[in-house]
Write a protein of this length. Structure first.
Length: 386
């Protein structure tokens, strides 16, 4: 995902260290990988931010100190945090602080108070519940860097401070373990077993945030960073969403951002995981902006075909055995791997040891041209319409 984000044109990435961030189930990095990650980002002129944004318990203080010292040595650009223990330790180590959205900061006075106490605070990631008017006023009054979420999942609870997963499954959302029971379908039944009639049983499943149509208004506010939520998604999601927002921002610079482009990019965003789109709290209180399905409403899905067995660099050809499914000329394939990141191609030719073919089925060993290097064991997917 890191390489997919960089390739798609991001200016910065945020990542977690295993055990102390809000995506405990994600493929988080080990502490020993930090220097390599930061170095990779800086080589590509991308800033690297590390999240330590969970509630910190007493027994974890020494681990936090060790992590922060490692981050400092690796020349991390900032630490995203909100627990006062982490903030205080960053202050002492002179590490730049970005106050996490988990701090639920939604007014200028709270921000100014914290800045007066902790000089290392450079940026505030505002609560998702702020409107554009709120954001404008906070930016003017604080004179600090402001970051806001523009795309991704929304929690039905304020700023993600939810206890539902903890109550039902003993998995705390505030420790990055949320099992998202809010996404499920619910029925309201009284003590006489009478069911309440509802137009949508997904009463706690909010639509995803998509602020792409509002980007010109957001840019006018002089916001310092636009945040895309996606650390628990695949490389295809990260690449697609980041590249869509990059294209939109470049179009705004060239005065080419219009309704046609908005529609085109929105359709692109719909091809990857989403629960339908909403502008969240940015314009108005999002009454009844709930999804009506469980899971994703994406217009496409990726189906595993196999793994790369060889890559011929001279001709830029990938060879793989089809372990399941089939594909044909004109189909879109994805190659995803930890080093490769994300590579996509439209199939123009399919070769086997017997020559060219128009379609290939399970069991065939095939070769296709790709636009750039892929690697052995990279997964190969077919992208198909749902």
């Amino acid at each position: 995902m890191l390489k997919a984000a960089v390739k798609a044109g991001c200016d910065a990435v945020y990542f977690g260290i295993r055990g102390l961030n809000m995506r405990a189930a994600a493929h988080n990095f080990e502490l020993k990988e930090v220097k390599k990650i930061v170095s990779f980002c800086h080589q590509h002129k991308v800033k690297a931010y590390c999240t330590i944004n969970v509630i910190i318990y007493e027994k974890e203080l020494e681990l936090v100190k060790k992590i922060l010292q490692t981050l400092k040595q690796a020349q991390i650009d900032a630490v995203i945090c909100w627990d006062f223990a982490v903030i205080d330790l960053c202050e002492k180590l002179k590490l730049p602080i970005h106050l996490s959205t988990q701090a639920s900061l939604s007014n200028s006075q709270a921000i100014i108070t914290l800045k007066n106490k902790f000089k290392q605070i450079e940026r505030v990631i505002l609560a998702r519940e702020c409107s554009l008017e709120d954001i404008k006023e906070i930016k003017q009054k604080t004179k600090l860097e402001i970051e806001i979420f523009v795309h991704g999942a929304r929690c039905i609870s304020y700023s993600g401070r939810c206890f539902m997963s903890q109550e039902l499954f003993n998995k705390s959302a505030n420790r990055g373990e949320c099992l998202q029971p809010c996404r499920r379908e619910y029925k309201v039944i009284d003590e006489e077993n009478k069911e309440m009639i509802m137009d949508n049983n997904f009463v706690m499943s909010a639509k995803d945030l998509c602020a792409l149509p509002l980007l010109p208004k957001i840019i006018e506010l002089n916001i310092d960073c636009l945040k895309i939520e996606g650390r628990n998604r695949g490389a295809d999601y990260v690449y697609t969403v980041v590249s869509a927002y990059r294209e939109a921002l470049e179009a705004i610079k060239k005065h080419q951002f219009n309704e046609q482009l908005i529609n085109k990019l929105t359709e692109k965003l719909k091809t990857v995981y989403n629960k339908d789109f909403s502008t969240g709290f940015l314009i108005d209180y999002p009454h009844h902006q709930r999804t009506n399905v469980y899971g994703s409403k994406s217009t496409t899905e990726k189906v595993i075909l196999g793994k790369v067995s060889n890559f011929y660099n001279k001709n830029k050809v990938a060879e793989f055995k089809i372990e399941s499914g089939s594909f044909k000329i004109g189909d879109k394939l994805l190659f995803i791997g930890p080093t490769t990141g994300y590579v996509e191609t439209i199939v123009n030719e399919i070769h086997t040891d017997k020559g060219k073919i128009k379609a290939a089925k399970k069991g065939a060993i095939v070769s296709v041209k790709v636009p750039e290097k892929v690697r052995e064991n990279d997964k190969v997917y077919l992208v198909k319409e749902r």
